[in-house]
Design a protein around this ligand. Structure first.
Ligand SMILES: [Zn+2]
Length: 466
């Protein structure tokens, strides 16, 4: 980052914004977007003149900044970078930021979207991990994963942890991994259990997956375990250098594993923990992944948006299940922001701690980017914009009907935007979405196969149309 960068203080002052003409971008409605320009093809790309939100601890935001990409890596972030031999993407009037990072999603359920809009946790266990999972074929897992990954990319998610409890057989597992690889998303494959079948090899199958499928933690696909609260499973994961991701729905469940918690563990939900458990998480540097919409709809308890702040526990966000919530991180960020502020602003009435600070839109954007990368074990690779990181970034267009005129950059992204503002998506230096359109060649085939897969699941499960 060059010394010409704006300091955070300068950046946040309205005078700096006004002089830089924050609202001066050209308005474009989605309907007008008829250009068919091709994305850059060279190995050296300069994204020029955007509002750069780095989300990086060491790199400041820039009101008019450039990001230089060489191959799969960000080689510089700063002002007026030299661009003599680079192809230029003009980002003036647009927001450039790291791609979103989802720290827990059951991607095999991509073909079961919205199947359970009103379901509680017990309905989910009966319908989704019960009836549906037991009739899933390996190909359904492949299509579910591929569809979930492609649509995640379309909404600006560049990294996702696939919490894959579709391990009905090794073939199911391998098919799910194939879906991830084909999508081109950066993924952590968290191998999990499956239906109770003779072919379910969890957790020992983790050793095979490490050896056969993910022998080294290739930067685009790394390995984790989708574990229970189970010492043997955690030890197995650590023996193959895999992170541990675990659902924690109960009260006091973590206490017996106190000695086994660490920064390589991510605990999901955590709506009912004792203060003693929160102290442990804080002390051990263990992060918490909050899936606020699902937790509120399905009855997991109150999402721990106050507790994480009270105890200083690192927080990321996760979609969890597309059976009930959408694929994007905008919904996640807004849910957490609304809920935390409601609880804090009514602290006395709701028996909450008044000393906890109010969340800001920038805080939740951090949850949705760099903190997700940290919880996925990838914070040195992705989650923020700085030289040396892999080129996982998005360009957002605020000059559209839902966010024009632009008044606050973080406000526009977190409070105002949706997937239609996501104009460009890059993973590992490769452009996946350009000028608002996905560059995935087999889209029609994918959608056809998803519809077919869904029909097969309905037939085999004996479901009627809902
Ligand atoms: Zn989950």
């Amino acid at each position: 980052m060059t010394s010409k960068a704006f300091s955070r203080k300068e950046f946040l002052s309205s005078a700096a914004w006004m002089s830089a003409g924050i609202a001066a971008g050209k308005f474009t409605s989605s309907a007008e977007k008829t250009t068919d320009s091709e994305p850059p093809v060279t190995d050296k790309i300069l994204i020029k003149g955007g509002y750069v939100l780095t989300m990086d601890e060491w790199a400041e935001d820039l009101l008019s900044g450039d990001v230089l990409i060489e191959g799969d890596t960000i080689s510089d972030v700063g002002k007026d970078l030299d661009s003599t031999d680079a192809e230029v993407i003009d980002a003036s009037g647009k927001i450039v930021m790291p791609g979103f990072v989802d720290s827990h999603r059951h991607m095999w359920q991509g073909v079961l979207r919205n199947v359970l809009p009103n379901g509680e946790l017990s309905d989910y266990m009966r319908v989704v991990t019960g009836e549906a999972r037991s009739v899933f074929r390996p190909d359904d897992a492949y299509i579910g994963n591929l569809l979930s990954a492609i649509s995640a990319l379309e909404t600006g998610v560049t990294t996702v942890l696939d919490w894959s409890h579709i391990g009905n057989s090794p073939e199911h597992t391998d098919s799910a991994i194939r879906g991830l690889r084909e999508s081109g998303i950066r993924a952590v494959y968290a191998a999990g259990t499956g239906s109770d079948t003779p072919e379910n090899r969890f957790p020992d199958d983790l050793l095979r997956v490490r050896e056969e499928q993910i022998p080294d933690n290739d930067p685009l696909l790394t390995l984790a375990i989708g574990a229970g609260i189970n010492q043997q499973q955690w030890e197995l994961a650590r023996s193959v250098n895999a992170r541990i991701s675990v659902h924690v729905n109960g009260t006091g469940d973590l206490l017996p594993l106190a000695d086994y918690l660490g920064p390589d563990v991510t605990c999901i939900h955590c709506c009912k923990l004792l203060d003693e458990e929160w102290e442990l998480l804080s002390e051990k540097g263990t992060g918490v992944s909050i899936s606020a919409p699902v937790e509120m709809i399905m009855g997991h308890g109150v999402p721990p948006v106050m507790k994480v702040l009270e105890f200083g526990v690192s927080t990321s966000l996760s979609v969890d299940v597309e059976t009930t919530v959408p694929s994007n991180m905008f919904t996640q960020m807004r849910s957490v922001l609304s809920l935390q502020r409601m609880l804090r602003l009514n602290a006395e009435e709701l028996n909450q701690k008044e000393s906890v600070e109010l969340l800001t839109s920038r805080d939740v954007l951090k949850y949705a980017t760099i903190n997700g990368a940290l919880h996925n074990g990838l914070d040195e690779i992705t989650g923020s914009l700085n030289s040396g990181k892999r080129a996982d970034l998005i360009i957002l267009n605020p000059n559209q009907l839902n966010t024009v005129p632009l008044n606050d950059l973080y406000g526009a992204v977190v409070n105002g935007m949706d997937r239609t503002n996501v104009e460009m998506v890059m993973v590992n230096g490769e452009i996946k979405k350009w000028e608002g359109r996905m560059r995935y060649e087999s889209m029609e085939d994918l959608i056809g196969r998803a519809v077919e897969s869904r029909k097969g699941i309905y037939d085999r499960a004996g479901w009627r149309e809902r």
